[in-house]
Design a protein around this ligand. Structure first.
Ligand code: FES
Ligand SMILES: [Fe+2]
Length: 454
């Protein structure tokens, strides 16, 4: 363990190299269908997308398609999206249904999956039974306001699979957050390349250099069960205290001799302008008042306490009650979690920025990448949102920060195929979540385990 590892409370990994096969091989991409996607819990949608009985979302993953439907006021059910007559898909996209009627010959099913109509059933004699006509179910569960599905009938329970996310992140009450915006695009890279742009922050200085003006930090990165997560460590080159969430930037700036009142405001304005996520209007406004409300020379910890308290008070006044999470827990959980295989959540007290990457067919060089911002809104004031397809990875469509991230992805995919590249070497301290992801992946796939660097 090196010095920073000690400071950040992270047990450093042994340095490893990851075989490139997982990123570039078409055979590997095909094998993922049965070995990975058919076995794991994965996010199908948010509960908020199906509030009323009959609301459904069609979740597609490779060749498989699954209907997630609110089948009763307090029940969500998932079915394979296939007509039991001759195999036509029953739904596309999202919608509202009283029943699922196949457009080919009109066979139909209730929301409970029971057959409600077969034309001329006597033609089959006695061979069609209520049981063999039923829509075929997929395991489904909810946590954090997400609907998760698993195609493996023998899968482990969702809550066990998600640990330690459930016990450590439950206090953030993601189930009370709602979409603020959601966008997606195709990216010319493997789904893992896209995902791995977001389960470490080691890239911030290189990819988002505008942030170095607020100081530069090391990151701790940890992994456990199906989760990898990271947060802020000490300032680069300085063994120092560890701080969580929004507070950290101000602390770094104060350490660099900057006015933490102005630092916080500057940072919040930059984040909202260049990401429009990972903060809320409440935080931005509270930060912009700091210079009026506090005298020059107020030390960082007082600035931060004032900032947080006034943001919490402003939110309470509009009916958004913050979850009670102490600083020690904020620090311990970090700010960014990767839940295997393809969910990333970057969050604070009242917001989350989330990512989902999926393969685009069996081309290892292409993926579907979705990004969404969620936050706590006063009840009844949640915006109406839809998925927006934004194909161009430009600042105009995706703002500065995500555009910077997108720029790396096709270049990574190309570089990975070079004769001059032996495979990725994720950092053994700050990119533990990346290494852990590949260990898990290799277990499912039976190949491609990270190897010690010789
Ligand atoms: S394929 Fe669906 S009713 Fe015939
Ligand atoms: Fe980034």
């Amino acid at each position: 363990m090196n010095e920073i590892g000690k400071v950040a409370g992270t047990a450093a990994e042994k340095p490893v190299v990851i075989p490139v096969e997982a990123y570039v091989s078409e055979a590997y991409a095909r094998a993922e269908s049965d070995k990975l996607w058919a076995k794991v819990w994965q996010v199908a949608c948010r509960v908020e997308e199906i509030p009323k009985v009959g609301d459904y979302v069609t979740y597609d993953i490779l060749d498989e398609s699954i209907i997630v439907v609110r089948s009763a006021p307090d029940k969500i059910t998932a079915y394979y999206n296939v007509c039991q007559h001759r195999g036509r898909r029953l739904t596309e996209g999202c919608g509202q249904a009283k029943q699922f009627r196949c457009k080919f010959h009109g066979w139909a099913w209730g929301l409970d999956g029971k057959s409600t109509h077969v034309l001329d059933p006597q033609d089959w004699g006695k061979s069609l039974t209520p049981e063999n006509l039923r829509l075929k179910e997929v395991k489904v569960g909810t946590w954090g306001g997400w609907v998760w599905i698993n195609m493996d009938p023998n899968c482990q329970p969702l809550q066990d699979y998600l640990e330690p996310a459930v016990s450590m992140l439950d206090p953030f009450e993601f189930e009370k957050m709602r979409y603020g915006w959601r966008q997606w695009l195709y990216v010319a890279c493997n789904w893992k390349v896209a995902l791995e742009a977001f389960n470490e922050s080691y890239h911030v200085d290189g990819t988002h250099p505008q942030f170095t003006k607020w100081g530069s930090t090391m990151w701790w990165s940890k992994a456990e069960n199906n989760c990898g997560y990271h947060g802020r460590g000490a300032a680069r080159g300085e063994p120092g205290s560890v701080q969580g969430g929004t507070a950290a930037t101000g602390e770094l700036m104060a350490a660099a001799g900057q006015d933490p009142r102005l630092a916080a405001a500057d940072y919040q304005n930059e984040i909202v302008r260049t990401l429009n996520a990972a903060t809320t209007d409440t935080f931005v406004k509270a930060a912009n008042r700091l210079a009026d409300e506090l005298p020059p020379g107020t030390p960082f910890d007082q600035v931060n306490a004032h900032f947080m308290a006034s943001a919490e008070r402003d939110d309470a006044a509009r009916g958004v009650i913050w979850p009670k999470i102490d600083l020690a827990h904020m620090t311990a959980v970090g700010h960014d979690w990767h839940i295997f295989p393809n969910t990333i959540i970057l969050f604070g007290q009242t917001f989350a920025l989330c990512y989902r990457a999926r393969p685009n067919g069996y081309d290892p060089n292409s993926c579907i990448f979705e990004v969404y911002h969620m936050e706590r809104f006063p009840e009844g004031q949640e915006p109406k949102t839809e998925w927006v397809y934004s194909p161009e990875p430009t600042e105009q469509k995706w703002l500065k920060i995500l555009t910077q991230d997108f720029t790396n992805m096709p270049q990574m995919q190309k570089g990975m195929k070079s004769r001059g590249f032996a495979g990725p070497r994720p950092g053994p301290v700050q990119e533990v979540a990346v290494i852990h992801f590949h260990r898990l992946l290799a277990k499912y796939m039976g190949t491609g385990a990270p190897q010690p660097i010789a």
